[in-house]
Design a protein around this ligand. Structure first.
Ligand SMILES: C[S@@+](CC[C@H](N)C(=O)[O-])C[C@H]1O[C@@H](n2cnc3c(N)ncnc32)[C@H](O)[C@@H]1O
Length: 449
């Protein structure tokens, strides 16, 4: 049944980590406008920082992120200088020493930075921002490159949450994705993180990988549980070899079909729930006492470029090549090529290449999409009232939702849309009903399940 629906609604859809989504950002020619947006920020409100490090030691064939392979440290050292330069430029534009509630280091592999570079950038952030006492400082880690001194340095720099790329524990799948990482290696890194006081651990798992079976995802969930991560993300592999040529190393015939993908997603989810995790939205699981499970229960969960987040700040400042920032006025994205990024920021400029100012219409639709993605339910009339609009605003969307209702994916009752358990995996398709930009960029997104 769910498989039939997944096939029916197979059209590509965005992951809705923002609205409007990144393919709809346009060239941002007036870089100074970004400076004005930063200057206009409310000095009383905390901001979050996202720092992107686009380097890895080895390419994982499934990788959909902005990264570059390097075995040498020199390009990474130069990049660390560039990050410092960009931070200086941003700090100059801000109205005051801003409070920070969240820092997220993403990649690529941010833990590829040397202990000294990492600590110096974190110290610089500490100097130029006012860190809130309970600020979350998170980093994505590749367990294959996180040795004991590196982990100690992360802890000394204040890191208190680590996301580990795991994907699947079956060595056959690992070979097929060019990422061989034993259970023992992952276990050792988890032990070292906890021994150094980094208690909050997330695992990234994936389904839909080459040569992966339903048994593999269940086993991976069980093995993961032995290491007690507080959160587990379970991403469906997005195969876009026309955008990421290294994905051509994955043979089409090795990829699970829609039926198997659906079975894998559901089986892994059922196993994680059986093991005690709270299922959140499309692809997250959290231990009941984790902040994410609590935020979910209290309908305080948010969605940003890292996926689901407890971060409630309305400003996320992106730092680094390709990073995306979200400000009250709109979104901005830095240039992607590392060389271009370095040139711009080392000349004391901003590196913004694209962006979009958000209109009131965007904000209404963004609120609806965020609530649907996070809570799987939204009161459309409540959102409209908050923005001073009447129920007629969504008359067309409500009419279009009828076919989803007939298929049992949602219930619509006096303006409240509630996604059914069957509809959970198609929530992005339901969100797409509210997306007025989609007609122009549909081909750029990945499959719904
Ligand atoms: C931004 S990546 C960086 C993590 C880190 N470099 C590592 O892999 O160890 C974070 C996660 O995104 C997921 N991911 C990467 N490429 C993906 C793709 N094409 N489709 C779905 N998920 C993907 C993986 O689960 C990965 O661990």
């Amino acid at each position: 049944m769910v498989t039939d629906l997944a096939k029916k609604y197979a059209a590509p859809v965005p992951r809705y980590t923002s609205y409007p989504t990144a393919p709809h950002f346009s060239p941002f020619t007036d870089k100074e406008q970004y400076g004005s947006w930063l200057q206009e920020l409310d000095p009383a409100k905390p901001v979050s920082l996202y720092l992107h490090v686009p380097f890895c030691n080895q390419m994982c064939w499934y990788c959909g992120c902005h990264t570059k392979i390097t075995k040498k440290y020199a390009p990474i050292a130069e990049y660390a200088d560039a990050l410092r330069a960009e931070i200086r430029t941003i700090v100059k534009a801000l109205p005051t020493k801003m409070k920070v509630s969240h820092i997220h280091w993403g990649g690529g592999t941010p833990s590829i930075l040397s202990a000294d570079d990492f600590k110096s950038i974190m110290a610089m952030i500490d100097d130029h921002f006012e860190m809130l006492p309970d600020a979350e400082k998170a980093i994505e880690i590749d367990p294959r490159t996180a040795d004991a001194p590196k982990i100690r340095a992360l802890a000394e720099a204040g890191i208190n949450r680590a996301s580990l790329g795991v994907q699947d524990f079956n060595p056959v799948v690992q070979e097929a994705i060019n990422r061989v990482q034993s259970f023992e290696m992952t276990a050792d890194v988890v032990t070292a993180l906890r021994a150094n006081g980094i208690e909050r651990i997330n695992f990234d798992l994936m389904y839909g990988l080459p040569l992966q079976s339903v048994g593999d995802v269940i086993r991976t969930a069980e093995l993961s549980h032995e290491l007690k991560p507080d959160r587990v993300a379970l991403f469906g592999y997005a195969h876009v070899p026309w955008m990421k040529t290294h994905m051509k190393m994955i043979q089409d015939e090795d990829l699970p079909g829609t039926d198997q993908r659906v079975q894998q997603a559901i089986s892994a989810a059922e196993k994680l729930v059986e093991l005690g995790y709270v299922q959140i939205g499309l692809d997250h699981f959290a231990a009941p006492d984790d902040e994410m499970a609590i935020a979910y229960k209290e309908k305080q969960l948010h969605r940003n470029f890292q996926g689901y987040t407890t971060d409630a700040a309305d400003t996320l400042i992106g730092i680094g090549a390709s990073s995306i920032g979200s400000l009250p006025q709109g979104y901005v994205q830095n240039v992607v090529p590392i060389g271009e990024y370095k040139k711009l920021v080392l000349n004391n400029g901003f590196a913004v290449a694209k962006g979009i100012a958000v209109s009131t219409d965007d904000k209404i639709r963004r609120d609806v999409i965020e609530r649907l993605m996070c809570d799987l339910t939204v009161d459309l009339y409540e959102v409209l009232a908050k923005h001073g609009e009447t129920p007629e605003f969504f008359a067309e969307e409500i009419a279009r939702l009828r076919s989803f209702e007939q298929d049992g994916l949602i219930r619509v009752e006096s303006g409240r849309v509630t996604v059914s358990e069957q509809g959970r995996y198609l929530v992005r398709t339901i969100c797409a009903v509210f997306d007025t930009y989609l007609q122009n960029g549909a081909g750029k997104h990945s499959r719904a399940v």
